[in-house]
Structure formats: C-alpha cells, structure tokens
Design a protein around this ligand. Structure first.
Ligand SMILES: [Zn+2]
Ligand SMILES: [Zn+2]
Length: 89
C-alpha cells in the first residue's frame, strides 16, 4: 500500500468521510429494499433476464448497461444511475 504523508487533521477528515459514505450505503440499502417491496406490491415481478441481470428500480429496465453518460445506464429508456438499479448486496 502506498504511504501518504497526511496530517492528523487530514487523516481524521478521510476517516469522517469514509464513515459518512458508509452511512449513505446503509440508507441506500434501505431505500432499495423499500423500492423492491413497492414494486412487488404493485405486482411488478418480471423474471430476471439472466442470473446476473441488474434490473432498474426506477423504471422497467431489465438490466443495467454500462457506458452511458456520467456512469448512467446506457439503455435509452432508462438512463438512470447505477444506484437506481437492483445491485446485489
Ligand atoms: Zn437501466
Ligand atoms: Zn431505469
């Protein structure tokens, strides 16, 4: 691992940032779980296209397609961010 010459304040800043991002991960997991449940409640339960298909939770996109603008789904009818999609836990 590369060594960086960080001050105590910088180390703390990075640690705080990391903790904040992990908090966001937890929130995202909850949002995604609720989104999944909402779709199931609405009767939207399509069979996955393939074992590792990553469907979108914000539209009927059946599988995330990388390579869109700003990391978004390339599928024209979707164009949602990867985080909108049902990523494996
Ligand atoms: Zn998509
Ligand atoms: Zn979508």
């Amino acid at each position: 691992m590369e060594e960086y010459d960080l001050t105590e304040a910088q180390k703390n800043a990075f640690e705080d940032n990391q903790a904040e991002f992990r908090k966001f991960d937890d929130q995202l997991r909850d949002v995604r779980e609720a989104a999944r449940a909402r779709l199931t409640d609405s009767g939207w339960e399509p069979a996955p296209e393939s074992e590792d298909a990553i469907r979108c939770l914000s539209c009927p996109c059946p599988d995330f397609q990388g390579g869109g603008p700003e990391g978004k789904c390339k599928r024209g009818s979707c164009r949602h961010f990867l985080i909108d999609h049902d990523l494996p836990q």
